[in-house]
Design a binder for this molecule. Structure first.
Ligand SMILES: [Zn+2]
Length: 124
C-alpha cells in the first residue's frame, strides 16, 4: 500500500490515490475510497481528533492573533475585540472544518497506515 500523502488530503481527496473525494458533504467525511478499498475514519473518535487536535488549536491561534491586531491597531474596548474575534473564529471554523478533517485523516493514515488485512476492498 502506498503512503498517505498530505497534498492529496489537502485537495480533499483520498490520501492514498488522490482520486476520490474525501468529503461526502462540507461537514461530513465520506465512508471510504472505492478504488483503494479503505475506510477514511479509523474509529468513532475521528471527528474528535479533527476538532480538538487540528481545528480548535488553529482557529484559536488565529482568533488570538486577529484579536491582538484589532486591539493594537484600533484600540477598541477589550469586550468588543473579544466579540469580533469570536465571530470571525466561528466563521473561520466553518470554512476550515473540511481541511481540519482532511489533515487529521491524513495524519491518522500516516501514523497508522492501513494493514494488508484492512486493504481488502469493501462495499460502500
Ligand atoms: Zn483512494
Amino acid at each position: 500500500m502506498k503512503k498517505a500523502k498530505l497534498s492529496y488530503a489537502l485537495k480533499r481527496n483520498c490520501p492514498y490515490c488522490g482520486e476520490n473525494p474525501l468529503m461526502e458533504t462540507w461537514f461530513k467525511l465520506a465512508e471510504g475510497c472505492p478504488k483503494c478499498g479503505i475506510k477514511y475514519a479509523h474509529d468513532e473518535a475521528h471527528y474528535s481528533g479533527a476538532s480538538q487536535l487540528v481545528a480548535f488549536p488553529v482557529v484559536s491561534l488565529l482568533g488570538l492573533f486577529e484579536g491582538a491586531l484589532i486591539w493594537y491597531f484600533f484600540k477598541l474596548d477589550t469586550l468588543v475585540v473579544a466579540m469580533l474575534s469570536f465571530l470571525s473564529m466561528f466563521f473561520f471554523l466553518l470554512l476550515f472544518w473540511p481541511y481540519a478533517l482532511a489533515i487529521w485523516t491524513w495524519f491518522e493514515h500516516f501514523v497508522r497506515p492501513v494493514t494488508a488485512e484492512s486493504e481488502k476492498p469493501k462495499q460502500f
